[in-house]
Design a protein around this ligand. Structure first.
Ligand code: HEM
Length: 364
């Protein structure tokens, strides 16, 4: 018998530890008489969400260990995209899973809602760890909430274990996925120039200024076109078009200094046809898809809650639906969303210098 093989036949229930799993849907220990059907449904729905959260966290941690390095090998990008795509699919599934919750009638929920006391999904430490691991900034959170302080408070009240708190601290102290992504983007070869190579600063400046000039020329064309077809007055249109260019400039040169990370992102998004950039672009898209999936999940939760409890306060003490709707404004991958506003059509852009560096040479 091979070393490590079990001495008995593996069973379905044994492999999945089903007896233990299926023993956990009757409410907290000492909870009293058997639960009604609706309350057990409420518990099972929550537990299945939390099980998927567990998987999401694991996928995100795997992704983090691939991306949070000084050098990310090209060949690891497909694996990274694979982990992120799985998370996106899980969120897509979860956004629909609220439908099961909606089969609980508001009046039937009220029948046991008081038993929840102050417990709430607000205390879901897996949800908070996901947000921190992804890189949601505290300033974006309602009231600037600090999730680590919140977790310490929950631990001091005995609502989360010491292990949960220490795992949470490890995640909070490490660079987030967004930090790792920005550091990786900053190393993008731009027009064949590697970060830190001699003359790199000049090449990056020429790329960024060239792009801003193209935006300006394109803006003039848009203004002329709108006026020519009688769709608006120049005096109204020009400030809007100019504001977009000014915004692009402060994005690419925050406080007057070029951000190599944002320039790299703009380069990847501008030249998607370059073979060497196709996986980097897929990776960017995977992060955007993931965040979109998470936002749709948040939004579907808010709609379910509105249907269930209207505008009541949450059991966790928040304003309820208004709070949940505010969380749909959160954006972790701010730059990935912002760059979309400043892209210009491919034929208006300068050709890439050293195209052979990116996997092919143009022979005209
Ligand atoms: C009848 C069903 C539900 C209602 C009425 C409800 C209501 C609420 C409300 C009002 C909040 C805001 C915090 C508060 O004041 O309590 C909240 C937060 C939350 N709920 Fe639910 N919820 C329900 C089901 C679920 C389920 C099944 C899950 C799955 C785990 C869940 C996960 C969460 C999470 C993670 C938060 C924190 C959101 C954040 O802070 O970004 N909820 N819920």
């Amino acid at each position: 018998m091979a070393e490590g093989s079990p001495t008995h036949r593996m069973t379905y229930g044994g492999y999945l530890r089903l007896n233990e799993v299926l023993d956990l849907q009757d409410g907290p220990e000492g909870y009293g008489p058997a639960l009604c059907n609706d309350e057990q449904h409420f518990i099972i729905t929550h537990q299945t969400f939390e099980l998927w959260f567990k998987m999401v966290l694991r996928e995100l941690k795997e992704s983090h260990s691939i991306l949070n390095r000084d050098h990310v090998e090209e060949k690891s990008l497909p694996q990274l995209v694979h982990h992120l795509d799985r998370v996106t699919e899980i969120f897509r599934l979860l956004a629909n899973q609220w439908k099961v919750m909606e089969t609980l009638a508001p009046q039937d929920f009220l029948a046991f809602r008081d038993k929840l006391g102050t417990s709430s999904g607000f205390e879901s430490w897996q949800m908070r760890e996901m947000e921190v691991l992804l890189g949601l900034e505290n300033e974006q959170r309602m009231g600037g909430m600090d999730p680590l302080l919140h977790m310490k408070k929950l631990a001091s009240e005995g609502k989360v274990s010491a292990k949960v708190l220490s795992d949470f601290q490890v995640t909070s102290n490490a660079p987030s996925l967004n930090d790792a992504l920005c550091a990786w983007l900053a190393r993008t070869p731009i027009n064949g120039s590697l970060s830190g190579a001699p003359g790199d600063a000049e090449i990056i400046a020429a790329f960024v200024d060239g792009h801003l000039e193209v935006m300006e020329r394109h803006g003039e064309d848009v203004i002329a076109h709108i006026v020519a077809i009688g769709h608006g007055e120049e005096a109204q249109v020009r400030p809007r078009i100019e504001a977009a260019r000014i915004q692009a400039e402060s994005f690419l040169k925050p406080e007057g200094v070029i951000s190599r990370s944002r320039a790299g992102l703009l380069f990847i998004e501008s030249y998607p046809e370059l073979p060497l950039l196709s996986w980097p672009r897929k990776l960017i898209d995977a992060f955007v898809g993931l965040e979109q999936g998470m936002l749709l999940f948040r939004s579907a939760h808010a709609r379910m809650v509105e249907r269930m409890i209207g505008r009541r306060m949450g059991t966790g003490g928040s304003s309820g639906v208004d709070y949940l709707d505010a969380t749909t404004k959160y954006r972790v991958f701010v730059d990935l969303w912002a760059v979309r506003t400043m892209l210009v059509k491919r034929e208006s852009l300068a050709d890439v210098s050293q195209p052979e560096f990116y996997g092919f040479a143009i022979n005209e």
